[in-house]
Design a protein around this ligand. Structure first.
Ligand code: ADP
Length: 608
């Protein structure tokens, strides 16, 4: 066994590395890296040996298949995963496995990684997979942390790391406010490019909490950002897709040769096919159009705190009409104080008393409130972060309404940003809501040594009763498993996601077991009450897909029909989002209950 040696290597930067940090965030990232490695005790386990071979092919044939792949794509662009699994950290993440795995780290693991340099290479890889019956799994950047990272669902899949060589910004159109990107373009990368072209003041990138993910990967997994353009899927326009049998299609206006509206009109003519390429395993996206937001001519962040847990219900009743009428303009966040304390980036041990020193004794509300009272924001239970857009007279109209409405909750406090130190979380939200990617969010992972996280993300209407029900459900189940509870509500337009992040020690089997059991109970109990997840981790995909079971699972059967028609040999990302192709079905690949093994019992024969 050895410990990771990367602790002292410099943080990769853009544009040298497509996955790097912009220079304006380098100091922040370097400091974060230090804190991550300071808390790390998990050793890297030796595994010098041949790669994991996926089911359905014998080792000898698999090694021949890899030689064939090397010949087609180039030997230097195929790397076999026969080395120790190094977890790295956010900016130096692995593409072979889930760096925050909740199972044994050998479960969701790739056998090899291939780096295509063009759409034609992607076609060759897909045809190769059909020839040898090897499962393949595309990633763009592989930073889908909390949902599986870069890991494939089927053990031994060959990961297609699209981003490393296909990372061009193919177009930025400052008149139409659109762009066309390849898979390896991150939010950081697009923002930097706007800067280089003198366009940062002109048009904004809608960025998630951290900007290191790719625009394509985040959008196809239906991620969100925090400007008024927050719903990334709704904001994309046009895809180029390699189908699982190797054909290329362009969707929307891209299907019309010579069209100059591919990024301006998403629908084209006929059925709107884009939908089947998000949260699915029906195709590999090699290009995507995205809309950018015009600079609104001014912006102003605001933050309010609320004292009591019970303020949640009346607050939601206030937020809903304001949000739907766009007085509250962006996907705003309502965060619980426990998460605010964790977001300070210190280990849990900094806050607890001796009575709760064990990881299986949750921190008490008293300890959390005592810690909150010492912060610049002061004690509270809920904090609302929002932004108002437009010139001052437009903003002041909206801000006055918000202020009057929020103050209907007794104890409501408006936080004056000038009273906050410059590294306060508020300023990170301020950047992100104004289209400036930041690097702050994952600090709460430091709560536990070797901190990993995994999310429970149910959708509900913006209503007091629903918010309270989901909050109580999460709280009770966390108490059942003795886990600290970090809830935050992200308010969309007519719905909200409750995002609960469970932070666990990746080197503590008991902690991981409790975290997974807690998640499984939350998914089932939420579904019983009518709430479903908007997105989920690889380990929960079968369970979550099962909750969308109306009419004897008719939607799942429809997805299977599409899967079998488009991917008859079931080679593309089998099992992703709970969709299994015909060669895998009926062989026990689904993961539900307390099962820890990700593999089923064999794979069926070739279909075509
Ligand atoms: P990010 O870019 O945010 O780091 P990932 O690259 O990890 O995200 O992608 C998130 C998920 O979306 C992946 O697990 C993969 O299943 C899917 N995905 C990513 N890129 C593509 C793509 N270009 N085509 C099809 N599916 C993709």
């Amino acid at each position: 066994m050895s410990f990771e040696t990367e602790a002292t290597t410099p943080v990769p930067i853009l544009p040298e590395a497509h996955s790097g940090i912009p220079s304006y965030l380098l100091a922040k990232a370097t400091k974060t890296k230090q804190t991550v490695f300071d808390g790390r005790t998990k050793p890297v386990r030796d595994r010098q040996r041949l790669p994991v071979v996926p089911q359905g092919i014998c080792r000898e044939d698999f090694l021949k298949a890899l030689d064939d792949l090397r010949q087609q794509i180039g030997g230097e662009y195929v790397s076999v995963n026969d080395r120790p699994l190094v977890d790295g950290w956010y900016m130096e993440h692995p593409n072979t496995h889930d760096m925050m795995t909740i199972l044994d780290e050998e479960e969701f693991v790739a056998s090899a990684v291939v780096y295509p340099g063009s759409t034609e290479d992607v076609q060759s890889i897909v045809r190769w997979a059909n020839k040898w019956l090897v499962p393949i799994f595309p990633i763009s950047m592989g930073r889908n942390l909390g949902y599986g990272g870069a890991a494939p669902r089927v053990r031994g899949s060959v990961t297609i790391d699209l981003g490393r060589r296909m990372n061009a910004i193919l177009d930025i159109n400052p008149e139409d406010y659109t762009c066309l990107v390849e898979p390896g373009v991150s939010f950081y990368g697009l923002y930097e490019e706007l800067g280089k072209r003198g366009l940062q003041e002109h048009m904004w990138v809608d960025t998630p909490d951290l900007g290191g993910g790719s625009i394509i990967g985040n959008t196809v997994d239906r991620g969100v950002g925090y400007t008024p353009y927050g719903d990334h899927w709704a904001c994309h326009s046009g895809l180029e897709v390699v189908l699982p049998t190797g054909e290329i299609i362009r969707t929307g206006m891209g299907a019309l040769p010579g069209s100059n509206t591919w990024q301006a009109f998403p629908y084209g003519f006929g059925p709107y096919s884009d939908g089947i390429f998000s949260q699915s395993n029906f195709g590999i996206v090699t290009k995507m159009g995205m809309t950018l937001m015009p600079n609104p001519g001014g912006h102003e962040s605001f933050m309010y705190t609320f004292q009591n847990e019970e303020d949640l219900a009346p607050l939601m009743e206030i937020i809903r009409p304001l949000r739907i009428s766009q007085i509250l303009e962006n996907v705003a966040q309502l965060r619980h104080v426990t998460q605010a304390i964790a977001a300070r980036g210190l280990p849990r041990t900094s806050f607890y008393s001796s009575s709760s020193s064990s990881p299986s004794v949750p921190i008490t509300p008293e300890e959390i409130h005592a810690a909150a009272a010492k912060t610049p924001v002061g004690d509270h239970t809920w904090a609302y972060y929002g932004m108002s857009y437009g010139p001052p007279h437009i903003r002041s109209y909206k801000l006055a309404i918000i202020d009057a409405e929020f103050h209907k909750i007794p104890g409501c406090k408006k936080i004056d940003p000038s009273t906050l130190p410059e590294d306060e979380y508020f300023f990170s939200r301020d950047n992100i809501a104004a289209g400036v990617p930041d690097f702050h969010e994952l600090r709460w992972c430091n709560w536990r040594p070797n901190g990993g996280h995994i999310a429970f993300s149910p959708v509900s209407p913006i209503r007091g009763a629903d918010a309270t029900k989901l909050f109580q459900l999460g709280k009770e189940i966390h108490e059942r498993y003795k886990i600290d509870f970090f809830p935050a509500f992200c308010v969309g337009l007519r719905e909200m996601h409750l995002i609960v992040e469970i932070v666990f020690d990746r080197d503590d089997a008991d902690e991981k077991k409790r975290a997974l059991a807690c998640l499984r109970d939350m998914v089932d109990e939420a579904a019983k009450q009518g709430y479903g997840e908007y997105r989920t981790h690889l380990v929960l995909m079968d369970q979550v897909a099962g909750t969308y079971g109306f009419n004897d699972g008719a939607l799942g059967k429809f997805n299977e029909k599409l899967k079998d028609a488009l991917d008859p040999n079931s080679i593309l990302a089998p099992g992703r989002c709970g969709i299994w192709g015909q060669r895998y079905r009926g062989r026990g690949w689904e993961m539900t209950g307390d099962r820890k093994k990700s593999e089923g019992d064999g794979v069926g024969p070739r279909v075509v």
